[in-house]
Each structure stands twice: as structure tokens, then as C-alpha cells.
Unconditional design. Structure first.
Length: 98
């Protein structure tokens, strides 16, 4: 793996806990590996498939909100993201969509 900033070689640094909220309303902690660049010292988290940077909800939940399949009235999502969170995702998505 190469550094996104300088192209240097990355090596394992440690693991950190990360809260993940699933579509079933479950909250789980997972271990996320952190890598450090041998050249510039930048630290990167290696997220597993299905997670987005800086988000606690699974990508599937976020995509469902952005595509209009999940909202505050969706049955089965009693623990859906807060309305303010869903609106923030939608605004951010519009800003980054051409």
C-alpha cells in the first residue's frame, strides 16, 4: 500500500475501535487498522468494505437515505439516523455530485 500524500510505503501502526450502526439498529464496535507512512508520517485508517470515512452508519443505510428509500417513516428502521443527520448527508451529497 502506498501513502496518498507522498507515495511512500505504509506500515502497520495499531488498531482503533470504531462504532458502526447497522440498518437493524444494532451498534457494534469493530477494530480498524491504522497505517503510518514511513516517509512523511501520515496516518491512515483502513476501513472495511461497507463503511464510509467519518460516518458511523453502514454505507447501505447512507445510500438508502440518499436514494430516498429510507426516511423517518420507513418501517423496520426504528433506529434510523436522526432527521438532521439525513439532511446533512443529502446536502453533502448534492455538493459533491456533478
Amino acid at each position: 500500500m502506498k501513502c496518498k500524500r507522498c507515495g511512500g510505503e505504509l506500515k502497520h501502526r495499531d488498531y482503533v475501535k470504531r462504532l458502526v450502526e447497522t440498518k437493524g439498529g444494532e451498534k457494534n464496535f469493530i477494530r480498524v487498522e491504522r497505517m503510518i507512512c514511513k516517509s512523511c508520517g501520515s496516518i491512515f485508517r483502513i476501513l472495511p468494505e461497507g463503511l464510509e470515512p467519518f460516518k458511523h452508519y453502514e454505507k447501505e443505510v447512507i445510500d438508502g437515505v440518499l436514494e430516498g428509500f429510507i426516511d423517518s417513516d420507513t418501517l423496520g428502521y426504528e433506529n434510523y439516523p436522526h432527521e438532521v443527520t439525513m439532511e446533512r448527508w443529502k446536502k453533502s451529497h448534492k455538493k459533491h455530485t456533478p
